[in-house]
Design a binder for this molecule. Sequence first.
Ligand code: F6P
Length: 519
Amino acid sequence: MNPTQTAAWATLNAHKKNLAALSLEQLRQADGSRSERYKICACHIELDYARHHITDETLVLFEQLLNEQGWRAWQKKMFSGEPINTSENRSVLHVALRDSYKGADSHISQEVAQTQARFFAFAEAVRHGEIKGHSEQIITDVVNLGIGGSDLGPRLICQALADMSAQPRVHFVANIDPIELSRTLNSLDPERTLFILSSKSFSTMETQVNAQAAHAWLCAHYRVEPDDAIGLAIKQTHFCATSNNVQAASAWGIPTERCYTLPEWVGGRFSLWSAIGLSIAIALGIEQFKQLLAGAHEMDEHFLSTPFTNNMPAMLAMLGVWYGNFHGTQVHGVISYAERLRYFADYLQQLEMESNGKSIDKQGELIDYPTAPVLFGGLGTVTQHSFFQLLHQGRVRVPLDIISVEPDTTPAYTDDTRTQDLLLFAQAQSDALAYGINALPETLRVEWQSKPTYSHFPANQPNSRIHLSTFNAHTLGALIALYEHKTFLQGVIWNINSFDQWGVELGKVMFGAMKKQSA
Ligand code: F6P
């Protein structure tokens, strides 16, 4: 249904007007227990949503809107494999990759088990030095050639969890700019390098041209022509593929037994749990990969079984709708106070903006209400020295997710106060952005109240505090699944198909036409 025609929508509009005059500080003063009530704990993640322009009444209306849009029915459709990706007539079953499929088709779980067993076995073979190059050298470096969903998820997880000193090392190259591939290959030994040609369609131009360049690099080293017999043999020993298009991979020169498949019903931006995650399995081993899946599974079950007020994905989804559709905000920031989440905002940009950056609804009608906001982000404390000035004293309302992780307990960090300070900064900035100088201790507050106008802090920036009580493959899997389900639910509210991406086609066609003209 068009959400603006629901009863809840009109009520939320009126409710927003009632709340508009109240600041976050006034809400905090008026309700001392909200910081205790407005918390959700699940999957070793804690969501503290007290610093938002909401009251208990708002939450009732959030749930009413979810119910009017049939969120529970849509959950069932997705998890049971109904073709909810209507423009491509496909199921959306990334949840099946982590054993959360609720449908009756036994082939789904069989296909997952079979494809997983294959790429797990290959990953272990690479890790144990059983996969050799053309000159029988053991593989020490693996380069994932992929872009979008065939890069961002694996890159995020490998950067977060891989031991950079261990072999095989895993590298990522996505962009068509030759600098990225050459800078990566410059330090590698061709005879010990394996390439993963990671492309669900096996037709994405950037990945294809990078694969050709990588093959040329190998052939130059072996002093053979790319198209002669040895050149082709090198494709069989120094490449493998992760794709849905086995035929195209085979035509390129990758033997079928080295093509690890993902099914049509796994969308690119939801595919890290599939064979597209081969680089993860190679970098971390399959036990950690299984932990990643287990964390996502735990979040799936939480999402399916928990009532709204304790449902973490649902709460994040509705808070985003609240600001985008009732407060007129058009941006959303994700600040991670953790180096291990360096690529999290990049990953979320594709997940959320490629899913919900749309203006046509499920009935093919033009949409006249806001859908996905512009998502940006970065790391704390680094961003405190770049765009936090705008967040504190600018003229833009910026709802934020401020993410932190429990300080690292490995011996190398236990006496290092920096991890504690990192966590404290996350908390300090959350309060400062929400409450301004009111959050200061009394003496400091008085001092700051007397400062000149350039020290004016409008505050009132709403933010969610998301804290991982431990950081490992399990909690990272749960965190990613949390945002997958937030994204899915926002699409349900906005009445859009979150699982196609026709918007990426025009630029590609325009490029092709220009390239043809310039030939
Ligand atoms: O950006 C368009 C897109 O199709 C993404 O949805 C996808 O993740 C990316 O390109 C790469 O596609 P493929 O894995 O088929 O190469």
